[in-house]
Write a new protein. Structure first.
Length: 372
């Protein structure tokens, strides 16, 4: 199973010429009757060995984390130990030296990256609690928020070091997620006091955090578009980096928007449901323009709930779930089948300057003639 990163490395190493790599892309795309750029490639598996190694690595990481949990000092004697995160992070880095740097295995690399960044975060957070004392953080929202922000900042630095060493595409998104945690933690610390907040103060803080998450989501989306714009033909690792950033940006954008409509409170009127469907159509247009499906997937749960509420509002209680699934499933399958044509209809009317920053439309490959 090849990826664009593999082709890029093969060209850089002299195993393939740029013309041969382009011919191979054209051959694969012609067989699928779709532009390669619309396939949204990213490498998850190179073979079943990826799954085998990922399972073995997960077992080993759980084991070393368990051992670290038993190493004192612990929080309040029987709570988590900072060494749990330290052992997991150190083991993940060591395994990555072989399975990522040498073997270049996709799924294990993703698992080891997440374990490393998560382990660093846990080590810093639990270490601070042990060093300062758990009593300081009890009923101290400001202290807890600052603790989260500090651990997230160090985790972001760890992600940067991991990227410099291993260049796993998801690493940039992991670092961005840590920065999001840092910013939200600092904002929460500004609102939280040393005591318990009232319901009104909690609601105000929640609204500010959701608004901040929306702004951070848009910033992450623009950052992802910057990576996408540097590789409009999606032939390098930069496209893989953009994929994971879009996957992070989507829920940060979608959740606050739909939360403002009250969907997260478990109540939706017919008007709310109609607005959600219209917003989903708008998100679909954006997804077509940038040629990324993450926005549609992130908003799927909300639109399913809204449509179900609409059917219930008009009396179709027993079959509301079935009707909802039928409509959404059919719509998404039709969109997938005609994605390329729908994308042309959305992108071509856009201004030239904006269109130049989007993934290309005209990379329609021709079948490569068979050798004589």
């Amino acid at each position: 199973m090849y990826s664009e990163s593999d082709l890029e490395a093969a060209v850089a190493g002299g195993a393939l010429t740029p013309e041969q790599a382009a011919a191979f892309r054209n051959f694969v795309a012609a067989g699928r009757h779709t532009p390669v750029v619309d396939e949204e490639h990213f490498r998850l598996l190179t073979g079943f060995n990826d799954i085998f190694v990922a399972i073995a690595a997960a077992i080993l990481l759980v084991a070393v984390g368990w051992i670290g949990h038993a190493v004192p000092p612990n929080i309040e004697g029987d709570g988590p130990s900072p060494f749990m995160g330290l052992f997991v992070a150190a083991t993940a880095w060591g395994l990555a030296e072989f399975f990522t740097r040498q073997r270049r295995m996709a799924l294990p690399s993703i698992l080891l990256l997440l374990a490393f960044v998560g382990g660093v975060f846990a080590f810093c957070a639990f270490g601070a609690v042990v060093a300062i004392g758990e009593d300081y953080f009890n009923n101290n929202g400001q202290g807890s928020a600052l603790l989260t922000a500090g651990a997230a900042a160090i985790a972001a630095g760890a992600a940067w070091l991991h990227w410099r060493r291993f260049r796993v595409p998801i690493t940039v998104a992991a670092g961005a997620a840590a920065i999001v945690g840092l910013v939200l933690g600092l904002i929460a610390s500004a609102f939280a006091g040393n005591g318990n907040l009232t319901e009104a103060e909690m609601a105000a803080m929640r609204d500010v955090l959701e608004g901040s998450a929306l702004v951070l989501g848009i910033a992450t989306f623009l950052f992802a578009m910057r990576w996408d714009a540097s590789d409009p033909r999606r032939e390098t690792r930069r496209s893989d980096v953009a994929f994971w950033l879009h996957l992070l940006a989507a829920p940060l954008i979608v959740h606050p928007v739909f939360s403002l409509l009250g969907l997260t409170d478990g109540a939706a009127s017919a008007l709310d449901g109609a607005v959600v469907v219209l917003l989903y159509v708008l998100l679909g247009l954006v997804a077509l323009a940038v040629d990324r499906r993450a926005l549609l997937v992130s908003a799927l749960a909300y639109v399913l709930y809204a449509l179900d509420s609409l059917f219930r509002e008009y009396g179709a209680v027993e079959l509301s779930v079935a009707f909802t699934a039928l409509i959404i499933g059919s719509a998404l399958l039709l969109l997938s089948a005609f994605w390329t044509g729908a994308r042309r209809a959305v992108v071509r009317p856009l201004p030239d300057g904006l269109r130049a920053r989007l993934p290309v439309l005209d990379r329609i490959p021709q079948p490569v003639a068979a050798a004589a």
